[in-house]
Design a protein around this ligand. Structure first.
Ligand code: C5P
Length: 221
């Protein structure tokens, strides 16, 4: 049954936004609430997995039976993921990692002087692509937040980042996705796909983990 479906498996999940500091009081962030990633961690533990959750700054309680590592920036999230990676069977990247971060955080608060201000930003490390590129990689699942041409963009990401599976949510629809309690996912893998209809995130999480378990068993067979 479901309660033992992931027994003996080790699962690593990222969740939430990252915050990239500009100076001691300001940062670049995003609207990820962490709810989807936390729901995945809770569901993985409920299915018997030894579950580790690397969380960006969010106001959510740690799900029962989950070990949690709190981080702030993309660079810290990468460090925590790589440290926890050995021995993992499954990696799910549900975090909304910042794409760009200030080249350097200012040591002192930036003063309001000129009429305009230019921040120099640099690309953050792509944690998911780095994990997927490893020879000893676990089964690797990414998320894609798309506003249009969901399947084409998600499948492109699946191939480009060498993922085993990608879960796409259509953002910008009322009541779904970022900050919301409900979600719906289009899930793709190399030779197939599935739809998870609109439901509370805990149920969507359970359905996604069932699909993942199916694919992991299919690959092992
Ligand atoms: O390329 P894009 O950012 O749309 O890919 C989204 C997926 O990649 C998500 O699973 C996200 O957690 C992961 N990601 C990551 N590190 C980044 C950027 C995205 O792990 N720097």
């Amino acid at each position: 049954a479901d309660a033992t479906r992931l027994a003996g498996r080790r699962v690593l999940i990222t969740a939430g936004p990252t915050c990239e500091d500009i100076d001691p009081v300001r940062y670049i962030g995003n609207r990820s609430s962490g709810k989807m990633g936390f729901a995945l961690a809770e569901a993985a533990a409920a299915m018997g997995a030894e579950t580790t959750l690397v969380a960006g700054p969010v106001a959510l309680a740690t799900p029962a039976g989950v070990s949690r590592v709190d981080v702030r920036s993309a660079a810290q999230m990468r460090e925590a993921v790589l440290a926890a990676l050995p021995g993992q069977d499954l990696f799910i990247a549900a975090a909304a990692v910042a794409d760009y971060a200030p080249a350097q955080a200012a040591a002192d608060k930036i003063k309001k002087t000129g009429e305009s201000l230019t921040l120099a930003l640099v690309r953050t490390p792509d944690i998911l692509a780095e994990v997927a590129a490893r020879a000893d990689r676990p089964f690797t699942v990414g998320f894609a937040a798309e506003t249009r041409e969901v399947e084409a963009y998600a499948r492109d990401k699946l191939v480009r980042k060498r993922l085993d599976m990608i879960a796409a949510n259509r953002v910008g629809l009322p009541g779904l996705g970022f900050e919301a309690d409900d979600n719906a996912l289009s899930v793709y893998w190399a030779d197939g796909g599935a739809e998870i209809g609109v439901a509370p995130k805990p149920l969507v999480a359970r359905r996604l983990l069932q699909l993942i378990a199916d694919r992991m068993e299919h690959r092992a067979a």
